[in-house]
Ligand binder design. Structure first.
Ligand code: BGC
Length: 443
């Protein structure tokens, strides 16, 4: 028996490392190596081999599927891709409330300006100038954040019934048509607020939300605008921190991001203006939890709105579920100098969902999960470590696949044998590309 276990363990390890290698491809070195996760999955499977081979009798198209972080949707119009979101009756999306978070980010920036009005206008010209780093012009979270900031600062211009979220390039004299000059009144004095520049931070290979590009761009912006830049805003902390480290920290210019990654939260003590927690602890839990529930044949609300047998449950101030969108959305919280001490470890599991499930009643299952870009700061430094904490608690043996951030096939190539898995968690490169994955499950 022991020998059989050992053989099985070896076979599983081999299978896994083949999956890992198979995907590497020419460019994939860094992607495959994301998978600190893959190593971990390998050792977990060795330990629990025998109990976790995918149940062969369920067709791949009927297995639980969760989309996360990139909601299946049209990247031009934002319309949800309901075909992908209801691929089967065990399909869900997990993300966060993009509009609520975007509004918080905009308000956080505006509040900061108002509170610090005495010192913020560096050249004293009565105009508060800001620059904006945009993540991905086709990603609904990025679009919402650009709109949220423009709305709060009064710089937004309507287009087709919503605030235009396109990048402006540069706008030193306020003549751009995509944005307009806003105004803020503090202590009876009115200040102009101007978006001096904004740009999608995409590198030459096509990866979006690119921190290095943002770090370079701030150099270009400061040489054009100098002391006219009073505030730096970013669609996320990866790009925000890159600009902060390259320039704003030394020049004491408040910089605002999104995600509450640990490094960004720590930087608040050094002058980073603030960030938004998108409650990654709740999202990572929900990502795996909906799979666990579907695999157990349990009510989908188990361990979410209703306590599970171990006592895990979420309070309703941390998420919402929209049944018609088959989507769970975590709620956001602003993290500023006032409260950042509570957010210093972005990889800590949520207290209410930290109890181990019993392995007898919730047998170990195998999950295929990809991170679209292994160098994305938020996903690699915050989301994946959280997933790795929860996978143990939920008895899920997860194979983590890291993509290169630009080519869907770099990831789909590594879903070569879906029958090896009981469930799938998918983070697409492009929100329009759900069918590239479901077509593999259909076969
Ligand atoms: C995060 C970004 C991240 C992006 C990747 C967003 O929700 O806030 O930091 O780069 O997802 O898809």
């Amino acid at each position: 028996m022991k020998k059989r276990m050992a053989l099985l363990a070896m076979a599983t390890v081999l299978g896994l490392s083949m999956t890992a290698c198979g995907g590497g491809g020419a460019k994939g070195g860094s992607a495959t190596s994301t998978s600190g996760g893959t190593d971990k999955a390998t050792s977990t499977s060795a330990a629990s081999a025998g109990s976790t081979t995918a149940s062969g009798d369920v067709a791949n198209k009927d297995k639980p599927l969760v989309w996360f972080n990139r909601q299946p949707s049209n990247s031009s119009t934002g319309a949800l891709d309901m075909t992908a979101l209801s691929y089967n009756d065990k399909t869900y999306y997990v993300g966060f409330d993009a509009n609520q978070g975007a509004e918080l980010q905009g308000t956080m920036v505006k509040d900061y300006i108002e509170k610090n009005i005495a010192t913020i206008d560096r050249n004293g010209d009565g105009t508060i100038g800001y620059v904006l780093a945009i993540g991905d012009i086709g990603h609904n979270d990025s679009i919402a954040r650009t709109r949220g900031v423009r709305k709060a600062l009064g710089t937004g211009v309507e287009k087709d019934g919503d605030i235009n979220s396109e990048p402006i390039g540069t706008n030193s004299d306020g003549s751009a048509s995509i944005v307009q000059d806003g105004s803020i009144e503090v202590n009876g004095k009115t200040y102009v607020v101007r978006e001096l520049a904004s740009q999608e931070m995409k590198n030459s290979a096509g990866a979006t939300w690119d921190a290095a590009t943002a770090g370079n761009t701030i150099g270009t912006w400061t040489s054009s605008f100098g002391e006219a830049i009073d505030v730096v805003v970013s669609n996320n902390d990866g790009m925000g921190m890159s600009m902060f480290n390259a320039w704003s920290k030394d020049n004491q210019v408040p910089t605002f991001g999104y995600d509450a990654n640990s490094d960004a939260v720590a930087a608040i003590a050094e002058g980073y203006g603030g960030t938004i927690s998108q409650h990654a602890d709740i999202q990572a839990y929900l990502t795996l939890r909906v799979l666990r529930n579907a695999l157990d044949g349990a009510d989908i609300d188990t361990g979410i709105g209703t306590a599970d047998d171990a006592g895990n449950v979420l309070t309703d101030d941390v998420y919402v579920y929209k049944a018609d969108e088959r989507s769970y959305y975590a709620l956001n919280v602003a993290v500023t100098a006032d409260n950042y001490q509570e957010f210093t470890d972005s990889t800590k599991v949520y207290d209410g969902a930290s109890k181990q499930l019993d392995a007898g009643t919730h047998a170990s299952k195998k999950v295929w999960l990809d991170i679209y870009n292994s160098s994305d700061n938020f996903l690699s430094a915050t989301y994946q470590p959280l997933l790795q904490n929860y996978d143990d608690l939920l008895n899920l043996e997860v194979d983590y696949i890291g993509g290169d951030g630009q080519t869907e096939s770099n990831i789909t190539n590594r879903l070569g044998n879906p029958s090896q898995y009981d469930a799938f968690a998918i983070n697409m490169v492009k929100t329009d590309n759900a069918a590239s994955y479901t077509s593999l499950l259909d076969q």
